[in-house]
Design a protein around this ligand. Sequence first.
Ligand code: COA
Length: 339
Amino acid sequence: MAETPKNIGGVALVGSGSAIPSQKVTNDELGMRVDTNDLWIKSRTGIGARRVIGPNETLSDLSHLAGEAALQMAGWSPESVDLILLATSTPDDLFGSAPKVQAKLGACNAVAFDLTAACSGFLFALVTAAQFLRGGSMRRALVIGADQLSRWVDWDDRRTCVLFGDGAGAVAIEATSTEEDALIDFKLKSDGARGDCLNLPQLGEFLPLITGTTHQRGGFSPVQMNGQEVYKFAVREVPAILGELLSANKIDPEKLNWLLLHQANQRILDAVAQRFSIPQDKVLSNLADYGNTSAATIPLMLDEAVKDGRVQSGHLIATSGFGAGLSWGAALLRWRGPI
Ligand code: COA
């Protein structure tokens, strides 16, 4: 067991992992199902393909694989993990999929639960886990972002189905000294009053129970979205919250090594980067390969960039998650990686 630093108050990001389904659907292939084409999708979103969970895979499987890879990078044994937070809006089980992931990992000492905040889920979970570590009650946490929106989009609705895909990503975080804190600052926001532009609502179907009484049938309608409203929300709120965070911490955007935004749309990424004069080569994007994997986008992208050597120990990252709720947030992070 690694020694616990004395003046706990910070967290270090020490490992990452990811997993994607084996089934890939390109824009051209999607064009065989709905009236769309590669040119329209690429020019409006930057998306080229997406992954879709098939019959032999589950969200828990992907989360397990992503979590296991993060543990390996961190050099942790599963038994040493205290907390597993699974950010997802699309669990295999509505009671929560985190305990299943805990069991698959063999992380027998970890408490595991789901956290739902749509596409902001990973960021909200990262910040939540960090509070347990900073408080000193836990030492090691695995934060997983995973979603399978393929189960919940209407594959005949070209306005939404082209955007989403499935995947999972994970980050291993460890309690450390205040001086070494990698979560430099964060800000999280919710506005339920504006939430009607992006929903995955209950069916709202009532069936007779006994005479004079009804019960609601379980189930959900497909994703409903007002794309233009969501777009406007993102390009207004993301620069605003990132700007607040950067100025509160007196960080010049030039000092950032990476801009790591929720991967929803390349035009949103470009608009935010432009607002801070961040050059394209500092903007992380894998939209072309995976589309919007909801809570998975940030750790999936981070893991790819760590593995290919773009993100290196000590790098300063500005990140932002945003989506249904409405929910959004931003954080300034420093990647450490394994020692
Ligand atoms: N293929 C081809 N044509 C399509 C299409 C598709 N997949 N989807 C919509 N269109 C058509 C529309 O029917 C419309 O045609 P019309 O002018 O004949 O009526 C036209 O393209 C323009 O549609 P519109 O909805 O105005 O496009 P847009 O420029 O707003 O782009 C989005 C649509 C969805 C790409 C864009 O609004 C967006 O990215 N919004 C944010 C969504 C998001 O990120 N959601 C998740 C957040 S976590």
